[in-house]
Design a protein. Structure first.
Length: 174
């Protein structure tokens, strides 16, 4: 099984992509994960706790193949309002409930949640259900920026790689 543990920061590596790892946000924020690439190959992903894999991130392992992370479409609500102040009010109330939100040009996107939908409708928002990639804000303390280098192939190890750790899926036999 291929083990992915290093994030590449050089965009030129994108030309060498061997496969894609398509995951919903919930799985992109896990620090230990067993998954399947778009070509059917199983992989193990090891990251430092708190790391979030973002759409377009490039990962590699011992064999140096480059794997692109893709944000999978998932059930979301896209929130729009008649004006910026109303949208800001919705953002405030979502933040007050510690709800992860993606901030776009004139919209917010959240995971589908019927209680939040009712609250937003009560605030005068338009809430549209859709399957869409979910990329919430990293947060003020989430390290939402990276350092990119121009020269050479830069990468950093995401986490110590256990030599023989097995990753279990809920449906696996014990």
């Amino acid at each position: 099984m291929l083990t992915l543990h290093t994030k590449l920061s050089k965009p030129s590596a994108a030309g060498q992509i061997a496969a894609q790892l398509v995951l919903p946000y919930e799985l992109r924020e896990k620090c230990r994960l067993r998954a399947t690439l778009d070509n059917g190959e199983e992989v193990a992903v090891f990251t430092v706790r708190g790391t979030v894999l973002r759409d377009g991130d490039l990962l590699t392992g011992e064999d140096r193949r480059v794997i692109r992370v893709v944000a999978a479409p998932e059930p979301t609500y896209t929130v729009t309002c008649a004006d910026a102040q109303a949208l800001l009010r919705c953002a405030f109330h979502l933040g007050n409930r510690h709800t992860q939100a993606q901030v776009g040009d004139g919209f917010l996107r959240i995971r589908a949640d019927a209680v939040l939908k009712e609250m937003l409708l009560g605030l005068g928002a338009t809430v549209t259900e859709e399957l869409a990639p979910f990329e919430p804000e990293a947060g003020a303390y989430g390290g939402g920026h990276g350092h990119h280098h121009e020269a050479g192939q830069h990468s950093h190890l995401l986490a110590p790689v256990p030599l023989r750790q097995k990753i279990h899926r809920p449906g696996d036999a014990r």
